[in-house]
Design a binder for this molecule. Structure first.
Ligand SMILES: [Zn+2]
Length: 257
């Protein structure tokens, strides 16, 4: 099992220090302001259920998501769960969702040289281009959420946004080189107060990002139950939030209300 986003992976002390620095150092802190507040739903890697189940749930609330592709999982299955196909990528883009760029090999930025990491990101972008020629990937997500300052700097010129997995704090502030995102995962159930965050996004016109992997009624530790995501989407809709992919949300919050 290697596709999972996991923060505790036996990092050395130096790697932990780099990781910590990568999550706390502001490189481009900005104010997020939108008229109604925004929720961005993101899926990593990604299992087919993220599209087959998630696409339907999002469509029911007039929402669209970002799917962070990691090429190595194309047409595979992990622990019995099928992963995305070429057709899925074509169909979800046609439905108005966004493709984001994980890395092809799904390596931790803390465990490989910067040059290897960037090569894997390029390979991933080439992979997407081989299926959707000319598709512009605007957003990157760090595998395992493991960020490093050098990688954030190197990726800044290639992607408008980079997403991690740190729990959101103030929703009216963000740094596009390290977007915070709340974990909607079975293993972390109950750890995030989603109603409070949704209410805060609505009140402040801020931007709330969440991430998960697959959607299954009997989820793996890294998946979410469809009914849990459905509840969050309904609440966001009732609070008046727009449910937008990361790239569009970024445009919106930068333009202001
Ligand atoms: Zn991942």
């Amino acid at each position: 099992m290697c596709q999972v986003d996991e923060t505790d992976m036996g990092l050395s002390l130096l790697q932990r220090i780099e990781y910590r620095a990568g999550t706390v150092l502001p490189l481009s802190a900005r104010t997020a302001r939108s008229r109604r507040g925004i929720l961005s739903v993101t899926f990593d890697d990604f299992p087919r259920s993220a599209w087959q189940v998630g696409g339907e749930l999002l469509g029911a609330v007039d929402g669209r998501a970002t799917y962070y592709v990691a090429g190595r999982f194309h047409d595979t299955a992990v622990d019995g769960a099928p992963y995305f196909t070429s057709r899925d990528l074509i169909d979800l883009v046609a439905a108005g969702h966004e493709l984001g760029c994980h890395s092809f090999d799904h390596q931790s930025a803390l465990k490989v040289r910067l040059s290897s990491y960037m090569a894997s990101v390029r390979r991933n972008a080439d992979f997407v281009s081989s299926i959707l020629p000319g598709y512009h990937l605007r957003s990157h997500a760090f595998p395992y959420g493991q960020v490093r300052v050098a990688n954030r700097l190197a990726l800044r010129g290639k992607f408008a946004a980079q997403r991690g997995i740190e729990t959101p704090r103030k929703l009216d502030r963000f740094d596009p080189t390290h977007l915070r995102a709340g974990a909607l995962e079975a293993r972390r159930e109950g750890q995030i107060d989603w109603p409070r965050l949704i209410e805060e996004a609505a009140r402040s016109g801020g931007w709330l990002v969440l991430f998960t992997h697959g959607l299954r009624s009997r989820p793996s530790p890294y998946d979410a139950q469809p009914k849990v995501l459905e509840g969050i989407l309904r609440r966001a809709q009732n609070e008046g939030l727009e449910i937008l992919p990361v790239g569009e949300a970024l445009d919106r919050v930068q333009a202001g209300p």
